[in-house]
Design a protein around this ligand. Structure first.
Ligand SMILES: [Zn+2]
Ligand SMILES: [Zn+2]
Length: 362
């Protein structure tokens, strides 16, 4: 359901004189509304970004379809979205290095830079993180799906040379670069990626770029597996058609050095652990709530189980990798919908049989 709250002011204001903008606000599961408000001017150190593209992420979908995930619940209306890119429309005082009209990818990672984890160099674990579109804290942290986003200049990565669609993929790419960091060296390694949604697919791309010798990807749908094969997976396995397809890899204590677990589903974790060779590493990227872990195999094969959660510096690394052509995630975008049809985009994004990454055009 999408309810347009009605237009208040001129429909086509000049870029530097935006008086009204629309935001994508979720009020309750499937109650998504486009709401008008006046964008604030950028303060010192801030920029106003006129959004061009915004990707719908798994977490946005959980809020949209179920009102949250795990213990995280939507308790007040919240603007969704955190995968965004746009053009700089105005600069606040003291901003250097950015110019009006420039395409930027905006990092949703906003750590406080003052807590103990920020000081330890783990900003992704910040105690006061203000990650866009998160209902973890209350009041919720409002998201980035608004036509004009006022952001700190230091959240903005220069994305000149990329398309807005590519630039808006910087956030999921950063998640996977962070996960790769947790995996350790990938050069010459055999990599298993369980789950081929956008994150799994980007893990395939990152593992390929990092020199993995062999990449096997699993999923439950033919559509996503075809994309994985096209994007660099050496072999794809459809676990819906052949649930035991990883079985042969468990022979002689296992085959893979690294598993990127992107489903958050216990059977995928268990099948991966059985297929990991002694000394291997599982990187748990998918958020699935509490999962059963085959601890006996971890012990006996001396496996490492590592979490990977969000990112920080990797956002800027990823944008540079895209700009230099070392990684191109653009083919992940399977559909683009205009802002007026945002709710349709959310419905589409939830359908894994035909959508990988759906983006909204602002
Ligand atoms: Zn995301
Ligand atoms: Zn902090």
């Amino acid at each position: 359901m999408l309810r347009d709250e009605g237009c208040v002011n001129p429909p086509h204001p000049a870029p530097d004189q935006v008086r009204q903008m629309k935001s994508v606000v979720l009020h309750a599961p499937r109650d998504l509304r486009l709401e008008e408000s006046a964008p604030p001017p950028p303060g010192p150190g801030e920029v106003a970004v006129r959004l061009a593209a915004g990707g719908i992420c798994g977490s946005d979908l959980h809020y949209y379809a179920h009102g949250g995930f795990g213990t995280v619940r939507l308790r007040e209306p919240m603007i969704l979205g955190h995968e965004v890119a746009g053009h700089v429309a105005a600069l606040g005082d003291g901003v250097t290095g950015l110019s009006v009209g420039q395409l930027v990818a905006v990092s949703p990672s906003r750590p406080c830079r003052a807590c103990r984890y920020c000081h330890e160099g783990r900003p992704n674990q910040c105690l006061n993180m203000r990650f866009y579109g998160s209902a973890m804290p209350f009041p919720h942290i409002q998201g980035a799906f608004r036509q004009v986003l006022v952001a700190d200049a230091r959240q903005c990565a220069d994305a000149e040379g990329l398309s807005p669609a590519q630039a808006a993929l910087a956030e999921p790419l950063a998640v996977c670069l962070h996960a790769a960091g947790q995996a350790g060296p990938l050069l010459g390694r055999r990599v298993l990626v369980t789950g081929c949604g956008p994150i799994g697919l980007l893990c395939v791309l990152v593992a390929r770029a990092a020199g993995a010798a062999e990449i096997v990807a699993t999923d439950l749908t033919a559509f996503t597996l075809a994309l994985a094969a096209d994007r660099g997976a050496d072999r794809t396995l459809n676990m819906a058609e052949a649930p035991q397809a990883l079985g042969p890899y468990a022979a002689d204590k296992g085959y893979f050095d690294v598993q990127f677990e992107c489903t958050g589903a216990a059977p995928a974790l268990a099948a991966g652990i059985a297929a990991l060779r002694p000394g291997g590493t599982v990187v748990q990227v998918g958020l699935g709530g509490d999962m059963t872990v085959p601890v006996q195999s971890l012990t006996a094969k001396e496996l490492s189980l590592r979490g990977a959660f969000r990112f920080h510096d990797e956002f800027f690394v990823g944008v540079d990798m895209m700009r230099s052509g070392r990684i191109d995630p653009a083919p992940l975008v399977t559909q683009t919908v205009p802002l007026a049809r945002a709710a349709e985009g959310f419905d589409l994004a939830g359908d894994r049989s035909q959508a990988m990454k759906v983006q909204i055009e602002f």
